[in-house]
Design a protein around this ligand. Structure first.
Ligand code: SAH
Length: 362
């Protein structure tokens, strides 16, 4: 069995060339060449790498391969949203969602199989926790999406995938090292080249990792807030018991790089009778005072078996108005891909945790 290189970084690519007999003095240069072919050109076959000698290509091919994870199913919504169920090498599955706009598009990717947070209104929380994704599997979701769209070589403008949001299955900051490693590959200007300004990481509030994320990557931050009082938030986002609202907002106040040009997004799912009163809206603007922020109001997306209901349109509009009058942009998110369960909080794959024994290859 050959070993897979798709999704690895430049250093690992250089080392892979050295491992098949290239002199160590050329390691850096080979890493750079391979990186270009894989992440700028989207190569899935060493034979296309014409700037590399045929001899080295043959040796690489004998030892390594460039295969991607497979798309198990693709669903396309009436609104154009596309959801891919990606099957990983061990059979676990995660979902990625492409949300196209007229002249751009956001790719929403997953960072874990399942999730440990069990937010009461989120469908992913009802599936068993399986495992973290590797950095390669996180990068892989971008490669696969670009393959489907034929978006190679890496375009510099008019991209179908212009933005990336880490808002799929899982909590990115509980898989911190792999997420940062993947982001560095995705942002690299010699490869996929999606800039930190077009990347947003969404967190339910893993407070100790927030500042580090900003310092190490400079990406945009979204906070899944959803409530303005700890008693309510403890119910919706149980992680709040460990990292309460005040601590979370402190981390936002000091988030590296936050400014009026680069606001922190607060996500707020509108849940009927739970968090949607005018009083909640007023407390919200007091809480975030002084933070360069915008508030994304997400009408709750229902899923089978949930105890929650979406707020009425008029209630959402009134909430938005209070936030807006206080000086914060408060767009109401139009749900995308609801008919294919691709909207926020609807992602769920049927992966179940396997014992270590079951996971051994036959
Ligand atoms: N764990 C991270 C990444 C998931 S992002 C986080 O919590 O931020 C998914 C976003 O959708 C989060 O803001 C989440 O709170 C929100 N969400 C979850 N379930 C939802 C639902 N049923 N309707 C609307 N939004 C939901």
């Amino acid at each position: 069995m050959t070993k897979r290189l798709s999704g690895v970084d430049r250093d690992a690519l250089g080392a892979a060339a050295t491992a098949v007999g290239e002199p160590p003095t050329k390691q850096k240069m080979r890493g750079k060449q391979l990186f270009h072919w894989m992440y700028h050109r989207g190569a899935t076959d060493f034979d296309t790498m014409t700037s590399i000698s045929m001899d080295l290509r043959a040796r690489m091919k004998a030892a390594w391969d460039l295969r991607r994870d497979k798309i198990a199913t693709e669903q396309i919504s009436v609104d154009g949203t596309r959801k891919w169920l990606v099957e990983l090498e061990d059979g676990a599955k995660v979902e990625s969602v492409l949300i196209p706009e007229d002249d751009r598009g956001a790719l929403c990717i997953s960072t874990q199989v399942g999730c440990t947070l069990n937010c009461s209104f989120c469908h992913t929380g009802t599936q068993p926790w399986v495992r973290n994704l590797t950095a390669e599997e996180i990068v892989g979701q971008v490669l696969i999406a670009r393959d489907v769209l034929g978006e190679w070589p890496s375009p510099s403008e008019g991209r179908l995938i212009s933005n990336i949001v880490l808002m799929g299955m899982g909590e990115p900051l509980l898989n911190y090292d792999n997420v940062v490693k993947a982001l560095k590959i995705i942002m690299d200007p010699e490869g996929i080249s999606i800039s930190r300004r077009r990347i947003t990481v969404s967190t339910a509030g893993v407070v100790p990792m927030i500042g580090r994320l900003g310092a190490e990557t400079g990406v945009g931050l979204a906070i899944s807030l959803h409530a303005v009082r700890d008693d309510v938030r403890n119910e919706l986002v149980p992680l709040n018991r460990k990292h309460p609202i005040a601590d979370l907002l402190d981390a936002c106040r000091t988030y590296p790089g936050a400014s009026n040009a680069r606001r922190i997004t607060f996500e707020y799912a509108m849940l009927k009778g739970v968090n949607d009163s005018p009083q909640d809206a007023k407390e919200l603007v007091q809480l975030i005072a002084g933070i360069p922020a915008k508030v994304n109001l997400i009408p709750f997306n229902p899923w089978p078996g949930t105890i929650y209901q979406v707020s009425d349109d008029a209630t959402i509009a009134a909430f938005a108005e209070i936030v807006n009058k206080a000086g914060y942009a408060s767009p109401i998110r139009v749900p995308r891909g609801q008919d294919i369960s691709a909207a926020c909080g609807q992602l769920k794959s049927d992966s179940v945790r396997m014992s270590a024994k079951d996971r051994q290859p036959a």
